[in-house]
Design a protein around this ligand. Structure first.
Ligand SMILES: [Zn+2]
Length: 173
């Protein structure tokens, strides 16, 4: 599980629109309330070309049901997740635990994506704005430059502490 993929804002599985995948035997679509309409549009487009199964979910209270559902699927299935961020992360995680690869999943996020920075000073994770380049660590208050590297182990972008301009004289006082 150490190198298992996790869902983050730049994940390859995140798409603006679902697309059909050739060479699959079945499409499975999993949608929460927010993702339902967009998922239905794709379902109507793909109808007749492929066996389709549609699962609607509420939230984390359905995780056991989703897990059983995922484990019951056969090889050659393409999975589509249409949901708000937290639900998409949950379903993605359960899918990876069930043995799916990123190639077998497309994810459509409804609403904002979440993004996290991993502090190299205190080794804690802080949520940051989607486009932020710098942030302040929630835990040790260090100013962090958000690097380009996403750590799937830490589940965040690596954040490098820096001393903000004009604050140098405060250090050590
Ligand atoms: Zn910190």
């Amino acid at each position: 599980m150490y190198n298992s993929p996790v869902l983050f804002d730049k994940s390859v599985t995140i798409v603006n629109q679902f697309t059909s995948r050739n060479g699959r035997r079945k499409f499975v679509i999993i949608a929460d309330q927010a993702g339902y309409e967009k998922a239905k549009v794709f379902t109507s487009e793909a109808a007749g070309t492929m066996p389709i199964e549609f699962l609607t979910i509420r939230g984390v209270e359905d995780s056991e049901r989703i897990k059983r559902f995922l484990l019951s699927q056969k090889m050659g299935t393409q999975f589509y997740i249409s949901a708000v961020w937290n639900n998409a992360v949950m379903v993605f995680k359960l899918g990876v635990e069930a043995g799916l690869s990123e190639d077998e999943i497309q994810t459509m996020i409804i609403g904002p994506k979440r993004r996290y920075v991993y502090c190299m000073k205190c080794f804690e994770v802080t949520e940051v704005e989607e486009k932020a380049e710098i942030a302040k660590c929630d835990h040790c208050k260090a100013s962090l430059e958000i690097g380009p590297f996403y750590s799937i182990v830490r589940e965040g972008y690596i954040g490098y502490p820096f001393i903000p301009a004009g604050k140098e004289e405060v250090v050590g006082s």
